[in-house]
Design a protein around this ligand. Structure first.
Ligand SMILES: [Zn+2]
Length: 344
């Protein structure tokens, strides 16, 4: 469902700068239309999400539409209303997410510069009555997480569904007599989405503030959903001023945690009795850990899913010490390994 908010006429005063805060906006930012009078001067307009992410920073002199997307600002502009409607690349690209009030800053050149209206169109799947401060709390507030109204769930769900459908397809291609109740599995998705979202968002990254941590996590889930590469994720993390090594650690470790949880859940739907065999796979090169080499060799002829999990925990503790906390199928940070079905 698309919604629109309007600012009405804005005129800059002596200080030339006007700052406005919108009401709370929860959803994907679709477009921004700036309506100018005949002669509005040259006005700079900047908009940021409540996370402090600047999603629009433009100079305008006539009525314009902008499609803020996660790419360079220079390509976001389409002057006049009609041109924009068939820009399919714009329609497919990454939207910015808003989880709160949007800050609009208007900077004029001379006192009296004005614009007639700013319209911000955003997409939300929530009925209006649910969008209020109490219910829209996300992990921006430390320790508080309200899953039902979190738009992040949508990205996790899409990624989960995609992975599950691929695994279900692979299984039924291999075993024609296997019947997978897709609808039933999809009905059960909500509880695992809660678990993933809680595990992912409940704490921030070391040395990085909570807001930036959440932005990075949002991007990682989106990247998984859209099949972006690891280097794209790392580039995004580095754009937040994080050094290369930590960017790689975060990108690999967090993607791996979400991927393996989603795979485990999907396989549990296709193999509810835990009877199928799985093996640990991944690259063999100078970076491969001793630990993953051992897990690979111990699972090369296939083991049951529970056993695989035990082996990972066992080898990981052997290598990293008993105090090492194993997160599901994550034997160590920066892991590049994953599990697949073993068919003999
Ligand atoms: Zn590994």
């Amino acid at each position: 469902m698309y919604k629109k908010i309007s600012t009405g006429k804005i005129t800059v005063g002596e200080k030339l700068l006007v700052k406005l805060m919108t009401k709370e906006i929860i959803g994907d930012i679709e477009k921004v239309k700036i309506i100018c009078p005949e002669d509005c001067g040259l006005i700079n307009i900047s908009m940021s999400t409540s996370d402090g992410e600047n999603f629009l920073d433009v100079e305008i002199k006539d009525t314009s539409i902008f499609y803020p997307r996660n790419w360079s600002v220079s390509t976001q502009k389409y002057t006049n209303v009609n041109v924009a409607n068939d820009q399919s690349n714009v329609l497919r690209a990454d939207r910015y997410l808003s989880y709160g009030n949007i800050l609009i800053e208007i900077l004029g050149k001379i006192e009296g510069d004005s614009i007639d209206n700013i319209e911000l169109i955003y997409k939300t799947e929530q009925p209006l009555e649910f969008v209020n401060k109490e219910e829209a709390v996300t992990s921006d507030t430390e320790g508080v997480y309200n899953p039902v109204h979190d738009p992040r769930r949508k990205d996790i769900k899409e990624y989960l569904n995609k992975t599950f459908m691929n695994i279900a397809k692979e299984e039924t291609e291999h075993n024609k007599s296997l019947v997978i109740d897709v609808n039933k599995a999809q009905d059960r998705m909500d509880s695992i989405i809660d678990i993933i979202a809680k595990a992912l968002y409940h704490k921030k990254f070391k040395g990085i503030d909570k807001k930036t941590s959440d932005q990075i996590k949002n991007y990682i889930v989106k990247a998984l959903r859209e099949g972006k590469t690891l280097s794209q994720v790392m580039k995004y993390i580095r754009s937040k001023g994080i050094d290369e090594q930590q960017a790689e650690n975060i990108a690999r470790t967090e993607s791996h945690a979400v991927q393996t949880t989603v795979r485990e859940w999907s396989y549990k739907q296709t193999d509810p009795d835990g009877e199928f065999l799985y093996k640990w796979i991944g690259p063999d090169d100078f970076r491969t850990s001793k630990l993953c080499t051992t897990i690979k060799s111990r699972t090369q002829n296939g083991v049951k899913l529970d056993e695989l999990k035990n082996i990972i925990e066992e080898e990981s503790k052997k290598e990293l010490g008993d105090s090492w906390e194993v997160r599901g199928f994550n034997p160590h940070i920066n892991c590049r390994h994953n599990f697949i079905r073993y068919f003999d």
